[in-house]
Write a protein that binds this ligand. Structure first.
Ligand SMILES: [Fe+2]
Ligand SMILES: [Fe+2]
Length: 401
């Protein structure tokens, strides 16, 4: 070809590399963020209950939602791009949205219905894992009776402090029962359950005054509870869903009443039989009978919630039994742990562990019987109503003929 011959226009055109779509690394990153966040949320939701689990769950959810927000921003940014030039990998941002939404919903449902299960002696005034008791103030308003107990001088001060500590917990229990009464009214409980909660609160007033009196009889100090503004601190009941509210009340009744008051009843009865001081033995026996009745009232609450809420409540209760810790959360002083104070009404670690294990096993067994019995009754009721409906239809057909 002659070099002076003009080139054909196509042959003169510059060589351009074919267009390759870029890959959207931000879309991939948002997908990975949401996936990782959702997996962490599910791990937290399915982990054995621990204090602050709900807060950890929602913290992770907040971090995960940044990925969802990023995915939305990426999609919004490319929505006006012609299809041919949109980067590859945008589908990952699209995928991040349902994954984040669905898993967050599942996790939240688990966290809301599976409670944190604490274990200690007696019903406590608590919000989640946070316990509230009144401070101590000078004064004898909450001391019922005046006596002196025969206790070795070396033990007086520490033993008196332990009984005063028990007294403050009993005093806080009054608020816990008042809250239970309000919760029961909120879900339309029958009058027997509401009345029992109020009567149990009055029992706790007696326990508090009896324990302050025992502490005074041991160390001679005049002390009573200080003003207790946290008596008004309440956990939030799910009033938007009655079934969720029933679940919360049932799980709390199982944990605080059946388990923790059951442990208290068992321990007080045993300590009463070992106590050498007649005045203290009488007080322990009276409290053991009351705590046993409180545990039994809690069973009534559990049974009513299962009857009202059905399988949803039953499955949360089964989860709560699974979440019951291996051992009791003990806060006994060193001297008490060894069992040295059992003659003066304070359990040792071995006695506490035994009472916990027995009460826990009994609660699990009774719950299985209750839930299975309710399920059987429901099935037979359904069968009976189906039989009545079908016999009614046959009778109608016969009369038409
Ligand atoms: Fe009590
Ligand atoms: Fe109680």
């Amino acid at each position: 070809m002659n070099e002076h011959e003009p080139l054909h226009p196509y042959r003169a055109a510059p060589r351009v590399a074919p267009y390759r779509r870029p890959f959207s690394w931000p879309a991939a990153a948002s997908f990975a963020w949401v996936l990782l966040g959702s997996a962490t949320m599910m791990l937290v939701a399915n982990a054995d209950p621990f204090p602050g689990r709900r807060q950890v769950f929602f913290g992770v959810a907040a971090i995960m939602s940044l990925g969802v927000a990023a995915a939305l921003a990426i999609l919004f940014r490319h929505q006006r791009d012609p299809v041919e030039v949109r980067p590859d990998g945008l589908f990952l941002a699209v995928l991040a949205l349902p994954i984040g939404g669905v898993l967050a919903w599942f996790g939240a449902a688990i966290v809301h219905t599976a409670a944190y299960v604490p274990s200690y002696m007696g019903r406590r005034h608590r919000k989640g894992s946070r316990l509230y008791v009144a401070d101590e103030a000078a004064g004898s308003a909450w001391i019922r009776g005046r006596a002196t107990l025969d206790v070795p001088d070396a033990e007086r001060s520490a033993l008196g402090a332990e009984w005063r500590d028990n007294a403050r917990k009993e005093h806080a229990s009054v608020a816990a029962f008042s809250q239970l009464a309000l919760d029961l009214m909120a879900v339309g409980a029958p009058p027997e359950l509401v009345a029992a909660a109020h009567r149990d609160a009055l029992d706790e007033v007696r326990h508090a005054t009896a324990c302050f009196a025992l502490a005074h009889a041991i160390d001679g100090r005049d002390a009573s509870p200080a003003p207790f503004p946290h008596a008004r601190t309440q956990r939030r009941l799910h009033t938007f869903s009655r079934r969720l509210a029933l679940t919360q009340i049932a799980v709390d009744a199982l944990v605080d009443g059946v388990l923790n008051e059951g442990i208290a009843a068992r321990l007080l009865a045993k300590l009463g039989s070992r106590c050498a001081l007649p005045e203290m033995r009488a007080a322990l026996g009276e409290m053991a009978a009351d705590e046993s009745r409180h545990a039994s009232h809690s069973w009534d609450v559990v049974a009513w919630c299962v009857a009202e809420g059905g399988a949803f409540v039953a499955s949360a209760l089964r989860g709560a039994v699974r979440g019951m810790p291996e051992g009791v959360c003990s806060s006994l002083p060193e001297r008490a742990r060894e069992g040295a104070w059992e003659a003066w009404g304070v359990q040792g670690a071995a006695m506490e562990a035994e009472a916990y294990a027995k009460t826990r096993a009994q609660a699990a067994q009774k719950l299985t019987l209750l839930v299975d019995g309710q399920a059987r009754r429901r099935r037979s009721d359904e069968k009976a109503s189906t039989t009545i409906a079908s016999s009614g239809t046959s009778a109608n057909q016969a009369s038409t003929v």
